[in-house]
Design a protein around this ligand. Structure first.
Ligand code: ADP
Length: 219
């Protein structure tokens, strides 16, 4: 499945919950890039120039790294893709790669969140250095003394969660990424989930959208 939505929609948060519940792997294009940035690989240096400005990393870099990760998933295992595809070309290339393995996407879950809510969330978002889980920190809390709610790890604010990059990421979403919704709507796999509410409520709606067939291990 693909978790789809604008920056700050809660794709990463929902992916963390779903991967435990459904025993599937989580492939986040942003996490793949941040891994390269942390290890200062040539790809990481190239990607960070785009990421810090809130722009998409070019397709010739992005598609290979994400599709390699998807193709490494054993055929009998499920996966959650988060952050990919982000434009129509990526969606077409993913489809071709999956067809080549006789696989397909069961669902594309679009978490729909209003712009004011996205801005509010991204301003208070801190990420765990260990497990990459996003954590919300309110204005009256000190992030340095707060630990990750999932694993107790140290929290930090992403370089691209500064106000200018956030503004650009949201623009890029509406300019380039939102078009992918039409691609999946035509294929009959898209489900829209309202995402302005709390994490647990969104999770309930995402599980309901996946349907009983995909939630066999849920209990
Ligand atoms: P968010 O969904 O919060 O914007 P991500 O962690 O998914 O954050 O992505 C962070 C950045 O990584 C993006 O702003 C972009 O620069 C780059 N990136 C991630 N996925 C893609 C992609 N599929 N295509 C191009 N760039 C990407």
């Amino acid at each position: 499945m693909v978790l789809f939505g604008p920056p700050g929609a809660g794709k990463g948060t929902q992916a963390q919950l779903l991967k435990q519940r459904l025993s599937v792997c989580h492939i986040s294009s942003g996490d793949l890039f941040r891994h390269h940035v942390r290890h200062r690989t040539p790809l990481g240096l190239q990607a960070s120039e785009y990421m810090n400005k809130g722009e998409l990393v070019p397709d010739d870099v992005t598609i290979d790294i994400v599709l390699n990760a998807v193709m490494a998933v054993p055929d009998d295992d499920g996966f959650i893709l988060d952050g990919f595809p982000r434009n129509s070309n990526q969606a077409r290339q993913l489809e071709q790669a999956l067809v080549g393995r006789s696989r397909n996407l069961d669902k594309v879950v679009h978490i729909d969140v209003s712009e004011p809510e996205l801005l509010r969330r991204l301003g208070g978002r801190f990420v765990c250095r260990d497990c990459q889980a996003p954590n919300a920190v309110s204005e009256d809390e000190d992030f340095a003394s707060k630990k990750c709610g999932q694993c107790g790890g140290e929290l930090y604010q992403r370089d691209d969660d500064n106000p200018e990059a956030v503004k650009r990421r949201i623009e890029v979403y509406y300019e380039e990424t939102a078009a992918v919704l039409g691609f999946y709507r035509k294929r009959g796999v898209l489900v829209d989930v309202p995402g302005d509410c709390g994490v647990d409520e969104v999770n309930k709606q995402v599980l309901a959208a996946l349907g009983p067939g995909l939630c066999i291990t849920a209990g």
